[in-house]
Design a protein around this ligand. Structure first.
Ligand code: BG6
Length: 296
């Protein structure tokens, strides 16, 4: 859909649609308490900001905004696989697909809800049939729901999914992540070695790339730099991924600034690795994440 065709989804004072970075159609949402920016490209929430606060989400100044390329930051939708795959795009094909906007609506208490549909991709031709919808609800919190349904009459659908949320922090050196103590994780920077989290408050002092398994708990980011506590609540998710590229990897990534690792942390919610999902024909899964913040 072109930006002109999308204009019918505008809601005066609440939803406006125009060309954003890279001339990709962008939806700007204004509620009584917050603002958000969403690209049709990837159904990608690129920003969410409570009035009077710094952005909750982080997007790189070096991000590409190009058809076929993922946006670096915000909330990439990872589906149907997590990580690299031979012959396929890293983290699956959903994050660079041109999702279809189906509905925008004002909701009580001055919020806005938007619904997107996955358009299909040549890459999913080898999978059993499925549908994917994404519902974004903006109030003083950001609520994200990814709904996958196996629409095949007779085949099981197996996949990984993840809402790869990038958060803005004041200074990574003083940030801690809570809610994962005693959880088993795969340490990707140590050859996927399985370990158990010992810390109540996880500090980031080097590259961190961990897949925490079998955990349905909320995670918290304590950020004394911005005086903020971010709460990542989730349902329909058994994995939490924590990622910060640190210095060397930041320098290797062409779509990420060399020192941006200081101002971001990813705490992602999904079902990956041994927590991948299998749906019988006709069955659905709902991955839901609610992001909120309060003063520390
Ligand atoms: C994280 C992975 O979720 O995403 C990391 O655990 C990966 O291994 C990171 O480096 C970024 O991935 P990409 O494909 O967006 O560069």
């Amino acid at each position: 859909m072109t930006t002109e065709e999308l204009k019918r989804f505008e809601i005066p004072g609440r939803v406006s649609i125009f060309d954003g970075n890279g001339e990709l159609p962008k939806i700007e949402v204004t509620t009584d308490t917050s603002t958000a920016e969403i690209y049709l490209h990837g159904a990608h929430v690129a920003d969410f900001k409570k009035k009077g606060e710094p952005s909750l989400l982080f997007t790189s100044q070096c991000s590409r905004f190009e058809a076929g390329q993922p946006i670096r930051g915000g909330v990439p939708i990872i589906f149907p696989w997590f990580g690299p795959r031979e012959g396929g795009a890293a983290h699956g094909f959903a994050r660079a697909a041109n999702w279809v906007l189906q509905e925008t609506s004002s909701i009580p208490c001055g919020g806005v809800s938007l619904r997107f549909r996955f358009p299909g991709s040549p890459e999913n031709a080898l999978m059993p049939a499925f549908s994917a919808y994404y519902v974004v609800t903006v109030t003083d919190t950001l609520s994200l729901e990814l709904i996958i349904t196996n629409t095949s009459p007779d085949q099981e659908l197996t996949f990984e999914n993840c809402l790869h949320t990038y958060f803005t922090v004041g200074d990574i050196n003083v940030v801690s992540i809570r809610g994962l103590k005693d959880v088993t994780y795969l340490d990707k920077v140590d050859g996927f070695t399985q370990k158990t989290e010992q810390n109540d408050a996880i500090r980031v002092t080097g590259e961190v790339d961990r897949v925490y398994l079998n955990t349905t708990s909320a995670a918290e980011i304590h950020d004394p730099g911005l005086g903020r506590r971010i709460l990542v609540e989730k349902s329909g998710s058994a994995s939490t991924v924590v990622w910060n590229p640190w210095i060397a990897k930041s320098q290797q990534m062409s779509d990420f600034g060399n020192d941006e690792y200081l101002r971001m942390i990813c705490v992602e919610s999904g079902n990956v690795a041994t927590n991948k999902l299998t749906l019988a024909p006709g069955k659905s899964s709902v991955l839901k994440v609610v992001l909120s913040s309060s003063r520390l």
